[in-house]
Design a protein around this ligand. Structure first.
Ligand SMILES: NC(=O)c1ccc[n+]([C@@H]2O[C@H](COP(=O)([O-])OP(=O)(O)OC[C@H]3O[C@@H](n4cnc5c(N)ncnc54)[C@H](O)[C@@H]3O)[C@@H](O)[C@H]2O)c1
Length: 279
């Protein structure tokens, strides 16, 4: 159901690859809520993904960019302002990739060139995006910038590897730039810490099936889906959250504040062959 929450708003959505992508769902919902926006992803993603389909559906122009490249990012903001007819009101950073994860290099045997790439693609690109937008004065006052994070920034989760370091840096950048953007331009910068979600990036995480089952059992409200994550992004882009900034906002069904749940304990005890009478 649409509420016209983004009526008259302009935006840029980075990171939609296919229909499983969180950014894809955000684009669909932003469109339904009345926003106009451009879409961006790497030239490779544009070749192999399905972005054309989304662009046609949302009446959006696609602007190719490697988010680690400042010139590419400047081009995205410049072209977007041209196409949309002025400064933007919202930006979504939905970008992440680790070559160490892809090439199965474990955390105590990292390839450092890969680590640099992980940090650049998954975190420093957010700083680059913010700095480019700030210098170009490309975002309207009371605009909103959101990046997607994961609880591995705070807690160690087996298999998340160097992406944990990238997410810590990403959240720190949201705070540091959020202060400057808030003070100087009244623009908010936040991260959403999302439940594990079965997407192309998500399925690269070691043991993703088991992890999702665990977090589902641990979260009183269950895992948050990509559609629900998109809903949350829309509220943060809307005028209903004008004073929320510099936050890492958990969108995880309560997982982040749990230690042990009944459903997880039952499963764990079953695996130990202990049929405890717990309710
Ligand atoms: N899926 C999950 O379990 C989960 C949980 C929490 C947070 N997140 C975060 O959500 C975000 C979106 O991931 P997703 O799960 O929708 O997966 P996804 O694979 O659909 O999206 C990742 C995107 O990053 C893009 N990308 C990679 N390198 C890039 C570069 N150099 N420049 C520009 N774009 C680049 C990819 O092309 C892709 O579109 C990521 O930051 C991810 O870490 C995902």
């Amino acid at each position: 159901m649409a509420y016209n929450l983004l009526k008259g708003k302009k935006g840029i959505i980075f990171g939609a690859l296919d229909s499983n992508s969180i950014a894809w769902k955000v684009a669909e919902q932003a469109y339904e809520e009345g926003a106009v926006f451009t879409l961006s992803n790497t030239p490779t993603a544009l070749r192999f993904g399905q972005l054309d389909e989304l662009a046609a559906k949302c009446n959006a122009e696609i602007i190719a960019a490697d988010a680690t490249n400042v010139a590419d990012l400047s081009n995205v903001f410049e072209k977007s302002m041209e196409v949309l007819g002025g400064k933007v009101d919202f930006v979504l950073h939905s970008i992440g990739m680790s070559l160490n994860v892809r090439k199965k290099r474990v955390y105590n045997d990292l390839d450092y060139n890969f680590l640099n790439k992980t940090l650049d693609i998954s975190a420093i690109s957010f700083h680059k995006m913010l700095q480019v937008a700030f210098k170009m004065d490309a975002i309207n006052s009371w605009g909103s910038v959101v990046a997607l994070s994961y609880i591995a920034a705070q807690r160690t989760l087996y298999g998340y590897n160097d992406m944990a370091d990238a997410k810590s840096l990403l959240e720190s950048i949201a705070r540091s730039f959020g202060y400057i953007y808030g003070r100087e331009r009244k623009i908010r910068v936040n991260t959403i810490s999302q439940s594990p979600t079965m997407t192309t990036a998500g399925s690269g995480v070691k043991g993703m099936g088991g992890l999702m089952d665990f977090t589902e059992r641990m979260s009183p409200l269950g895992n948050a889906s990509s559609e629900e994550c998109a809903n949350y992004c829309i509220t943060l882009f809307s005028d209903l959250s004008k004073k929320v900034t510099m936050q890492n906002l958990y969108h995880d069904g309560g997982f982040s504040n749990m230690g042990m749940s009944l459903r997880a304990m039952k499963m764990y005890n079953k695996s130990l062959g202990e049929d405890l009478d717990i309710e």
